[in-house]
Ligand binder design. Structure first.
Ligand code: GLP
Length: 241
């Protein structure tokens, strides 16, 4: 079931998303599924700010959605670096409680180990962005709704969307390791953030389209508790808007 909150702009979206996040973090010993990308950056800013004002992440376990394959963890564009730069290094979360799939080494082993950890620690809240093609995590169109942690070949649209963070398109990895749809759906609550015209079609399909593996985000129609926080532009193709 969706609760859709349409906000005036990116800042308002980030603040609203923070309110949802804060209510979960305040419960104490919680497990958060975390996401990267430009959409949640503002939310992390609010989470860091709240820490300065006393909010603690000491009892939080975190599990990130995905990582590029082939980028060392200290690469400027790895999701590991993203998470430390935008969130972890600014707050009191314990290093031992931080988990990201590793995009190097024996990926089959990494996937199995990450899956085992996720099964042991179901997410109280899973944060999501959305790809312009409807992907969640890096579950690209066509991914099975039964998928668990796996390696995926990135679609060219996704590589192009993400090329803005790299020096050139050539440098964008072709593969990623990601939580599967089944892992995402296990979360008690899902918080999805999106902004801008580029996401409007995906948001429309997620809320109003047919549930189909060709548009991975449509599976969220089957989840009991999804809060969607978007700006006006991402909401611009919705029926009642
Ligand atoms: C990447 C990530 C997704 C994210 C998407 C959108 O592909 N793997 O988890 O949702 O980007 O990113 P942005 O918020 O920068 O548009």
């Amino acid at each position: 079931m969706f609760k859709v909150i349409v906000c005036e702009d990116y800042e308002a979206m980030s603040q609203k998303a923070f309110e949802v996040m804060e209510s979960v973090v305040k419960q104490g010993q919680v497990t958060l599924g975390l996401a990267t990308g430009s959409s949640p950056e503002g939310l992390y800013r609010y989470m860091v700010e709240a820490h300065k004002n006393g909010l603690s992440y000491k009892d939080v376990q975190s599990f990130n959605l995905d990582e590029y394959v082939g980028l060392p963890r200290d690469h400027a564009q790895s999701y590991y670096t993203f998470m430390f730069e935008h969130f972890f290094k600014h707050v009191d979360i314990e290093l031992k409680n931080i988990h990201l799939p590793k995009g190097e080494g024996s990926l089959e082993e990494v996937a199995d180990e990450y899956e085992a950890l996720l099964t042991k620690h179901p997410q109280d809240l899973q944060l999501l962005g959305i790809g312009s093609n409807g992907h969640i995590g890096f579950n690209e169109p066509g991914t099975s709704f039964d998928s668990t942690v796996h390696v995926i070949r990135l679609k060219e649209t996704t590589r192009k969307d993400n090329a803005r963070f790299f020096d050139s398109l050539d440098e964008v990895p072709h593969f990623a390791i990601t939580m599967g749809i089944k892992d995402i759906m296990r979360a008690k609550k899902i918080l999805l953030v999106a902004y801008g015209k580029n996401k409007a079609q995906a948001i429309k399909e997620m809320l109003e389209g047919e549930v189909h593996e060709d548009v991975p985000c449509t599976i969220l129609q089957k989840h009991p508790d999804v809060v969607v926080v978007i700006d006006k532009e991402a909401a611009s193709l919705l029926k009642n808007d």
